[in-house]
Structures are given as C-alpha cells and as structure tokens.
Design a protein around this ligand. Structure first.
Ligand code: CDP
Length: 214
C-alpha cells in the first residue's frame, strides 16, 4: 500500500504523516528532507542555484557521491526521517531559516526533481510519502491521497515555535515559499483535502485514518 500526504509549507504534513505511519505501522518518507539535503549540499559546495547550469552541476555532485560510495540517503524512521551522507547525519542542518530561504530555488531544478523522485521510487512499499507532488506526480498509483492546508497565519504560528524569528517574518517567508513552490504543489485530483487549522494533531490524524481501509 502507498499513501500520500501533500500540502503547503508548515501545514503539519510531517507530524500528521508520522502519526498516521505509526498507526498503520509503515514507514513514512519525507521528500522535503531530500530537497533540503540537496540544497544544503549545494550551499556547502558554493553552487549558485539560479544559473542555467545549476541543475546539472548539482546532479553531478550527487551522482559523484554515489559513485564514490558516499551517497546521500534518506533514512525513513517513523519517529522522524533523517538524511545521511556516508557516515554523517546531516539532519540537524536541514531545518534552518537559511535552507528554508534557498530550498525552493533548488526544488525547481528538473535534474534535482528527477534525482529525488528516483530515490523515492526505488523504495519498496508499503509506505506513506509526504511532500508536494507525491500524489500528483511521484506516486499517482497511491491507494489514498491527502492534501493538507491551513491559512498562512496558522502555519506561521506553528513554525515560529521551531525558528528563532518573529511571527511576521515567518509568515512572509512562508507566503514567498508558497509562491515559489506553486508549480509543483498542485494537489492530486483525487486527493482528500483536510484543513489542519481546525483541530488538534490527534484529531487530524484520526480524520486521515477515517479515510483509510481498516
Ligand atoms: O515542512 P515544510 O513544508 O516547510 O517543507 P518540506 O516539506 O521540508 O519541503 C521543503 C521544500 O522542498 C519545499 O518548500 C519545496 O520547495 C520542496 N519540496 C518539493 O518541491 N517537492 C516535494 N515533494 C517536497 C518538498
């Protein structure tokens, strides 16, 4: 079985995905974490993301690591996904305002999207995949698809608890990222839409579960 949960930034995707995956006793895959890790890799290597050759250069960096036996890999742990490169856990570097600000520029590069999609499509179901285009593009065959949304203010109130910034700047950054991510964020036509602004986390998880086979 494949279940997809897509949605806008800070819509609660990861927490809901983790809770649902736990209830179903299957792993969840955070596609966003792979985009964040590739962005981190690009910044570490001084790659400029807004040049015509950026996608090819980033893909070469990632495949170069692969060829040297030091691939960037998602570890889909149910309690929270991690990304490792060889023996190094990169996860703690990936949820920063710096990566938030740059990740959309990397995520529009077709070469990076192909790389992330290949990583995910190489994994064996059952799993729950979480991101922007999991139901529409990467796993169109998924049995159940969900799309989570909430107002920018609700999302900013959530994210401000994780970032050392004021509410207004967090909200402005989220709106900017919504715009930049719009192209790859259209919900799958057959997704169930859920407003995560009204209800507690356990209630939203229960709402998702009510649409899944017992
Ligand atoms: O948790 P949050 O929604 O802030 O972000 P995320 O799920 O970690 O995704 C980070 C970024 O990766 C997004 O802003 C998109 O630019 C990109 N992304 C994407 O393009 N496609 C996906 N399937 C998942 C993430």
């Amino acid at each position: 079985m494949i279940v997809t949960i897509d949605g806008v930034a800070a819509s609660g995707k990861s927490s809901v995905a983790s809770g649902v995956a736990r209830a179903l006793n299957i792993p969840y895959l955070s596609s966003g974490l792979l985009y964040r890790a590739a962005t981190w890799a690009a910044l570490e290597h001084g790659l400029t993301l807004d040049t015509p050759q950026a996608g090819r250069t980033l893909a070469q960096l990632l495949t170069g690591w692969e060829e040297r036996g030091q691939p960037l890999r998602l570890r889909p742990l149910t309690e929270g996904n991690q990304v490792w490169q060889a023996e190094r856990d990169l996860t703690e570097h990936l949820h920063t305002a710096r990566i938030d600000a740059q990740v959309s520029a990397a995520a529009v590069l077709p070469e990076l999207r192909d790389w992330v999609n290949a990583q995910l499509q190489g994994l064996t179901p059952p799993f729950l995949a979480e991101g922007r285009d999991m139901g529409s593009t990467v796993f169109p065959q998924a049995e159940r698809k969900f799309y989570l949304y909430a107002t920018p203010r609700v999302r900013a109130e959530r994210r401000v608890l994780e970032r050392h910034q004021d509410l207004e700047s967090v909200e402005a950054a989220l709106k900017l990222r919504d715009e930049r991510d719009a192209r790859q964020s259209a919900p799958a036509l057959d997704a169930v839409h859920i407003d995560t602004g009204s209800g507690t986390l356990p209630e939203i998880i229960a709402q998702v579960m009510s649409h899944l086979p017992a």
